[in-house]
Ligand binder design. Structure first.
Ligand code: ATP
Ligand code: MG
Length: 310
């Protein structure tokens, strides 16, 4: 049976309320005015799913949201961006998570109420959906507390059905940086840490050495360096790519757009260096607009940016 979806994202879904301007809060019940507020699609998984759909992949998304305004906002926005939300579960007893992002251009602070962000678990993942997808991507490994213990079995099932797998760890708010992740790398085809995360997870200061040690566990390791672009390692193969010059408005979710680009390249059967170049282009272009999804490129736009790049 041909796969129905190119990509299934097992993820986190929450709106981001991005406030821009002079956003340092003043306590003592003072009211301050800021320049701008935008309610946008947030959650690493949701942003990656939107990025992949924008690149033309057939994408399904599985997450838990609450039966509330934030949850409906997320389901509507994902569907509007061409992401199939049939794998999402609405939990009437839990609130959807939300992040408030205080963004002042060069830096940002994030306040998150987790709500349903970590509520997805193995038994809620539709096995028909899992088996009918060419690739399964898991975002925010450390936030997905309930899903984590079920991932070895889910990845086994995905591989048995012929699918490949990937993980973006994102930050570990607990600062422990493990929780079974190193073992899971043996069942992970692509791993997408940023440079700090790669060093923390490997417990090694030198990022190239850290990436090499992680790659020894079997995964293709693509490391993100923000403005510095990215690096991919697989066995003895190494490739690097500079970021693409853009007028940066907001870097929120750039890493998730990078993941989407890399996976689109892999699913097209491209060599690793070209997958990395597409990933970096998608990450860089996503910084053009506020929030994670508004600046995400189509495949045509990303390829055009690559041609113009040095
Ligand atoms: N300031 C920037 N200028 C140009 N490109 C950027 C910039 N920041 C990020 N990018 C692009 O986005 C990619 C991923 O960004 P980054 O390293 O910030 O990932 P991340 O830390 O995982 O992000 P996230 O906050 O989404 O988790 C980079 O490899 C680069 O291509
Ligand atoms: Mg990241």
């Amino acid at each position: 049976m041909p796969a129905e979806f190119d990509l299934l994202v097992l993820g986190d879904a929450n709106p981001d309320l991005v406030l821009r301007g002079d956003v340092d809060p003043a306590f003592g019940q003072a009211e301050k005015l800021v320049d701008e507020a935008s309610l946008v699609v947030g959650g690493s998984g949701a942003i990656a799913a939107c990025g992949a759909a924008r690149l033309g992949l057939r994408v399904a998304f599985a997450a838990v949201v609450g039966d509330d305004g934030f949850g409906r906002f997320m389901l509507d926005e994902l569907a509007a961006r061409g992401v199939d939300t049939c794998g999402c579960v609405v939990d009437r007893h839990r609130p959807t998570g939300v992040s408030v992002i205080l963004s002042r251009g060069d830096d940002r602070a994030i306040l998150t109420a987790p709500g349903t962000i970590g509520d997805l678990r193995g038994e809620l993942v539709d096995r028909d959906l899992l088996r009918s997808s060419r690739h399964v991507h898991v975002s925010s490994y450390f936030l997905q507390r309930s899903l984590r213990p079920d991932l070895p079995e889910l990845f086994r099932e995905a591989h048995a059905a012929g699918a490949s797998t990937s993980v973006d760890p994102n930050w570990d708010p607990a600062g422990r940086w493990d929780g079974g992740l190193l073992e899971l790398l043996g069942q992970t085809d692509c791993f997408f840490p940023n440079s700090v995360e790669a060093r923390e997870i490997a417990g090694i200061d030198d990022v190239d050495v850290a990436a090499g040690v992680l790659a020894e566990r079997g995964a293709i390791v693509a490391v993100k360096f923000g403005q510095g672009g990215g690096l991919v390692m697989a066995g003895q193969e190494v490739a690097r790519s500079e970021s693409i010059a853009t007028d940066v408005v907001d870097t929120t979710g750039a890493g998730d757009s990078f993941d989407a680009g890399f996976l689109a390249g892999r699913l097209n059967g491209w060599p690793l260096a070209r997958c990395l170049r597409l990933a970096v282009a998608c990450g860089s272009l996503s910084t053009r607009a506020v929030g994670g999804t508004a600046g995400q490129p189509t495949m045509e736009e990303a390829l055009a940016a690559l041609e113009g790049a040095p």
